[in-house]
Design a binder for this molecule. Structure first.
Ligand code: AVI
Length: 333
């Protein structure tokens, strides 16, 4: 098992190379230039992301773990007896373990869903002896596309989705709404959903989290160029690009960019791409929600708010929702 197998890759990216090539071509010919954040998570990027989660400035992972630990029983109480727990983009299942400890006795099964099949198979092997009463049924799938749940999960009286990590913040708001609607379709009638989302907070805290002193986030961002060089025959000189991350107050999001330090021409797949001095490639948005704005998004996608938990500083939130019954009322008689 390679090192990446231990780590979480938050957004699906394990697509054929042609998609990567096409996305890079489209992003570098666009104005302004941009690249999809899902391509951060190759083996090296996944290791760097894991290091980010341990940085003193990067509060989200620590806050979310603490909320989960502090409120595990209350969160577990929202899981109906006999339910199937379905985690979207499960990776290492580190956070699900906290829920499993609190809810194992009443779960029929745990379904980790992730695009990286070998990783979740390995995680399943490690989870089974720790939770012998829960069937662990991994599904290798792109969480943003249609996939089928295992028969045991379909047969369960209800399904509960789990989407931690504020991965929802890396979607554009319209994509986040579409994703929430899609989870409702996958989970079916009576479903509940537990979502972890980073919250709006003082700008200095946000900027520090994405501009760590050790420079790990900068390496993570620049690794995208290394990946293009390796996989698409690019010749980006990493010394000629700089990591920029800042909070955009108007759009309530951290933006990450790679800024060209000079006027330069870069070749990728044999094609030339010109950069002005200071021109950037926009590589990631990380939207920050308020409790209310996430609720509004979820309501619009067919989910009714049930409960919310935050840490002492209200830096991070975990919210629970229930699928609303959208079937048209039956005509009387
Ligand atoms: C995975 N995702 C929630 C992280 C975030 O905070 O948006 C990715 C990340 N980008 C830079 N640091 C961490």
């Amino acid at each position: 098992m390679v090192a990446v197998a231990r780590f979480r890759r938050p957004l699906p990216a394990n697509e054929p190379d042609s998609t990567f090539a096409a996305d890079v071509h489209a992003g570098l010919t666009a104005d302004p230039k941009h690249l999809p954040p899902k391509y951060f998570y190759d083996a090296g990027g996944s290791v760097l992301f894991e290091r980010i989660t341990e940085l003193p400035e990067y509060y989200p992972t620590r806050c979310e773990m603490k909320i989960l630990r502090d409120h595990a029983r209350e969160i577990a109480a929202l899981i109906p007896p006999g339910a199937a727990l379905v985690e979207f983009g499960s990776g290492s299942s580190k956070k699900a373990r906290i829920l499993l400890r609190a809810a194992a006795a009443k779960l029929c099964c745990y379904v980790p869903v992730d695009i990286c099949g070998p990783m979740i198979e390995q995680e399943a092997i490690e989870l089974r002896p720790d939770f012998p009463q829960v069937k662990v049924l991994p599904v290798a799938a792109d969480i943003t596309r249609d996939f089928s749940l295992p028969p045991e999960a379909k047969a369960a009286p209800r399904r509960v989705g789990f989407f931690p990590g504020s991965t929802i913040g890396n979607f554009e708001p319209h994509e986040a709404a579409a994703f929430l609607r899609h989870t409702g379709k996958i989970l079916g009638p009576g479903a509940r959903l537990i979502v972890g989302a980073d919250l709006v907070k003082p700008v200095e805290v946000l900027n520090a989290a994405y501009n760590d002193k050790a420079g790990v986030t900068a390496k993570f961002n620049l690794n995208l160029l290394t990946r293009i060089n390796r996989e698409l025959g690019g010749n980006f000189n990493l010394a000629c690009f700089e990591h920029h991350a800042f909070y955009n107050r108007e759009r309530e999001r951290i933006e990450m960019h790679l800024a060209s330090l000079k006027r330069q021409r870069v070749k990728v797949m044999g094609e030339a791409f010109d950069f002005r001095a200071g021109e950037t490639i926009h590589t990631e948005n990380s939207y920050k929600y308020s409790i209310e704005s996430l609720r509004a998004l979820a309501r619009g996608a067919g989910w009714r708010p049930l409960a919310v938990w935050t840490d002492a500083k209200s830096y991070f939130s975990i919210q629970a929702f229930e699928l609303t019954d959208e079937r048209p009322p039956r005509a009387a008689g």
